[in-house]
Design a protein around this ligand. Structure first.
Ligand code: ADP
Ligand code: MG
Length: 393
């Protein structure tokens, strides 16, 4: 019988390179049964890379892994999940065009096969049970996944991973996509898994959340393990210091604001949209950083979309005051030099199958046009190079 405290997964001397980027640099780490281990480090420190290698999503460049004491080298994520390693990935982990049940059992339709056909009734019932098992009752397994929002899709993913009853459960930056109740649900699932003698890997940017829910923490910096801490050693400033490699003052992210002037650059004048807003007004001034916060369903994302002309404003208007332009659609916003980073970046902003260059170019076609519908390949590659180098530090 498996014992709590027993090493379930071990990574030894692992390296991973992407071209010249060293994502993991001789990493050693152990995940034990009964433990929630947090991984913390700045963006790009290697948290997702090490987790995804364990979960069979990509191979390591060198190094070894052991799972239940035996060498472990999964060729695919399906091989990993069939063997009890389940990961909720940082990006979207469901396919929008298929049903919720199809997502939950993707790659595992066998139990529902009736000759060449899939018994949908049986599969939907099993998916319903999988959702219920993790406490989700308001999602219909027969519906297309595209009907559900980002948070609900993450919950579907959680149900999918938990349906496989994983021994190692990896949660990669999932809580940022969840509202308060979704988070509470996930914490419960993680704690239950650990209590049942499974091992949990919890990746998050929220230090307070990690300190509260983890038993142990591993700190990564530039692909190197800086320290492993036990719960009694957790101390916020010490952890931040180790993450960034120097003392972190309160104003680490931004020196204190110099204030802003009187000039209004963007104005929402009692705007109403079909879904989120009812006579909402705001004024944004030159030099101002205006924060908008609230719970997941409060309408803040709809506000962002409406300001950029993506959601139709049915009453009132959004005005760029300098040119006195009413923002009626995203093209107007874009032409008048508004920028918008979407909440669902991998669905709304990026074409993941296209190259990085094509994605960058997609906003510059007008600039790179020669005449009519023709664009200059040379100008395009210059734009891409310029954007890529200027924005990379
Ligand atoms: N598919 C990839 N291609 C190229 N570089 C990558 C890829 N995935 C990750 N990296 C790089 O590897 C490093 C570690 O990334 P990652 O593991 O995603 O960090 P974290 O999850 O800690 O934010 C970063 O420098 C990142 O840019
Ligand atoms: Mg990551």
């Amino acid at each position: 019988m498996a014992q709590k405290g027993e090493v379930l997964v071990e990574v030894r001397d692992m390296c991973k390179n992407f071209g010249v980027t060293v994502a993991l640099n001789h990493v050693n780490i152990q995940f034990k049964r009964g433990e929630i281990r947090g991984l913390i480090g700045e963006n790009g420190s290697g948290k997702s890379t090490v987790s995804s290698i364990i979960a069979g999503i990509q191979p390591a460049t060198s190094g070894e892994m052991f799972y239940k004491g035996k060498p472990w080298k999964p060729a695919t994520s399906l091989e990993a999940s069939n063997n009890g390693i389940g990961m909720i990935v940082q990006e979207a982990g469901t396919i929008p065009g298929i049903t919720v049940a199809e997502n939950i059992f993707l790659g595992n339709y066998k139990p529902f096969k009736k000759g060449p056909f899939v018994d949908r009734g049986k599969m939907n019932a099993a998916a319903g049970a999988a959702l219920e098992k993790v406490g989700i009752t308001n999602i219909n397994p027969a519906f297309p996944t595209s009907r559900y929002d980002m948070q609900e899709r993450k919950l579907i993913e959680i149900a999918k991973v938990m349906a496989g009853d994983p021994e190692l459960f990896i949660v990669d930056e999932t809580t940022t996509a969840l509202s308060h109740s979704g988070r509470e649900l996930l914490y419960q699932i993680m704690h239950k898994a650990a209590d049942d003698g499974k091992a949990v890997v919890f990746i998050s940017h929220d230090l307070a959340e990690l300190m509260e829910h983890c038993d142990t923490l591993t700190i990564l910096r530039d692909g190197v393990i800086i320290d492993n801490l036990e719960k009694k050693e957790f101390e916020a400033n010490d952890i931040k210091h180790k993450m960034v490699g120097r003392e972190v003052k309160d104003n680490y992210y931004r020196s204190d604001s110099d204030g802003y002037g009187d000039e209004v650059v963007l104005k929402a004048d009692c705007i109403t949209t079909m879904n989120d807003l009812l006579c909402f007004s705001l004024e944004l001034h030159r030099g101002e950083i205006l924060g908008i916060g609230g719970l997941s369903e409060c309408g803040m994302h709809g506000l962002g979309r409406a300001l950029y002309g993506l959601d139709e404003v049915v009453d009132g208007q959004v005005v760029l005051t300098k040119d006195n332009v009413v923002v009626k659609n995203a093209e107007t916003a874009f032409r008048h030099k508004m920028g918008y980073v979407s909440k669902n970046r991998d669905q709304e902003s990026l074409e993941l199958n296209a190259s990085i260059g094509a994605n960058i170019q997609s906003v510059g076609y007008r600039k790179n046009r020669i005449f009519g519908p023709f664009i200059s390949g040379r100008k395009c590659s210059c734009t891409v190079k310029k954007q890529a180098t200027e924005n990379n530090r």
